[in-house]
Design a protein around this ligand. Structure first.
Ligand code: ADP
Length: 474
């Protein structure tokens, strides 16, 4: 799991805040319940004490203290009910003290005496030995005598209720928080799903695929707005790329005619027999340079048309292996001239849909480079096969290979690797750019890599004709 992802961090924050809120809420509930239980029980005790005062103590003058004790035992049975009842006079002498409760939760004689100065009803927790008691104390005066009536009970049942509440609260909170965090994780995942789609599409948008747009889920939220803004930016980029391409195409087109005229004029000059040897050589060299220039202009024109999608492209079904073996045969004389062995390994089933002339250019450029850069006595191998449901063309050689740092740039325009290593081998650095543009225009790709034991391999992958049909039917 990627701990730096927005999904993980949002869930962690959300979960953390929920846990803190859950704990605060739990603590508040525990505190309130503790308070309410204590208030409820002590109110019960103080009512009982008031009843003892009003029904029994009010008549103690003529009924006697012994009668009071018996009546309390009969009416309230404190031992059987696990209650504590004590009646004391203002001078501290005990008129009545209940016995040990059935559950032995406290020892009545250990309960400290009440404060004599008490003037109103009071209640609270009293420590009696190892036990805590909740006691309500009510003062009562009859005749000249003042009494304090205490009614209480062990605090343990309340503590037990609170303990059970705490356990249930923890289990409940744990389940609720786990569900809330899991739900939150799913909601965040769902909310961020468009971002995943946008990232995948954005990765496909290169200078060759500026016609693509990011998906917009029309929710009107920030992500939809971001996609719209990015799409507007891509449109502007597409426009600028197109105008650069148009400019290059127009400039190349305009340059072709003057170059043809210059070449024609130079050839006419050569017809003059009175020219000195030096002038003749200079004119020949100028014709050569004009030819090079024309080639470059022609390449630039093809490239810019391909990039702008303005290139006229035929779409015919053809067998790549047939095309490649015909071109290989045609290039054997060139290889023989350099004493380079040209071998072919053709597999079947590599049918593609494309422009025959342009695909031919791909094969010619790759084979031309391989023969050009392979030293005498070397071998160039060309093969066609089907791999990963794609037609694959491979051109390998036993030449010097391409320096690792140059590999990512060989398809850049006007790029020529290590001039010292290539020596006098001529080239403009546009051949591989054209190969790449043609492959892209056919929905394919080209890759360059070095062999482990020297030389390099160019592999072109193109969609198979039947795969294209399937894609078209979808
Ligand atoms: P060029 O006209 O210079 O051959 P390319 O675009 O065809 O232009 O190739 C670009 C560069 O890639 C070349 O200058 C060369 O350095 C390198 N290159 C291409 N093919 C090969 C090969 N088969 N072996 C070694 N280097 C190559």
């Amino acid at each position: 799991m990627n701990t730096r992802s927005i999904r993980f961090r949002l869930t962690a924050w959300y979960g953390g805040i929920l846990v803190v809120l859950g704990l605060v809420f739990g603590a508040y509930c525990y505190w309130r319940l503790d308070h309410f239980l204590a208030v409820y029980v002590t109110e019960l005790f103080s009512h009982r004490a008031e009843r003892i005062a009003s029904t029994l103590l009010a008549n103690v003058g003529w009924s006697g203290e012994a009668y009071l004790g018996r009546e309390i035992e009969t009416r309230y049975a404190p031992e059987a009910n696990d209650r504590f009842i004590r009646v004391t006079t203002s001078d501290g002498s005990v008129v009545y003290l209940s016995g040990e409760p059935y559950d032995q939760s406290f020892a009545p004689e250990e309960v400290p005496s009440p404060a004599k100065s008490l003037s109103g009803v009071s209640s609270g927790i009293v420590h009696a030995g190892r036990h805590d008691l909740l006691i309500a104390t009510v003062p009562f005066a009859t005749g000249n005598q003042k009494y304090l009536i205490e009614v209480g009970g062990s605090a343990t049942p309340i503590k037990n209720v609170l303990r059970r509440f705490l356990v249930s609260l923890f289990i409940g909170l744990f389940v609720v928080l786990a569900l809330a965090i899991w739900g939150g994780f799913l909601v965040i995942k769902w909310a961020l799903a468009p971002v995943k789609k946008i990232t995948a599409t954005a990765e496909e948008i290169t200078s060759h695929h500026l016609d693509k747009r990011l998906p917009i889920v029309d929710t009107g939220d920030e992500i939809a707005n971001l996609s719209k803004t990015l799409n507007q930016m891509i449109s502007r980029l597409e426009e600028s790329f197109q105008s650069i391409n148009r400019f290059t195409a127009d400039a190349s087109h305009e340059l072709r005619t003057p170059l043809t005229i210059i070449r024609g004029e130079l050839e006419t000059l050569l017809l003059d027999e009175g020219l000195s040897k030096n002038v003749r050589e200079t004119i020949c060299s100028l014709i050569e340079e004009t030819d090079n220039l024309s080639k470059i202009v022609q390449c630039l024109l093809s490239l810019s048309r391909l990039d702008a999608g303005r290139a006229q492209m035929e779409r015919v079904r053809l067998d790549l292996a047939d095309l490649v073996s015909t071109i290989t045969d045609q290039m054997v004389p060139l290889a023989d001239e350099k004493n380079v062995t040209l071998s072919a390994q053709m597999g079947g089933g590599a049918e593609v849909v494309g422009d025959r002339v342009r695909l031919k250019q791909v094969v010619v450029n790759l084979l031309d480079n391989a023969i050009k850069y392979t030293p005498e006595g070397g071998t160039v191998t060309v093969g066609v096969n089907v791999s990963d449901r794609q037609a694959q063309l491979e051109v390998s050689d036993t030449g010097p290979g391409i320096p690792g740092s140059d590999l990512p740039h060989v398809f850049d325009r006007f790029f020529r690797a290590d001039r010292i290593r290539l020596g006098t081998i001529e080239g403009a650095g546009l051949g591989l750019s054209i190969v790449q543009s043609i492959c892209t225009a056919h929905g394919g790709a080209v890759k360059a890599e070095n062999h482990a034991n020297g030389g390099c391999r160019f592999s072109v992958k193109l969609p198979l004709a039947n795969q294209q049909n399937k894609a078209g039917q979808k």
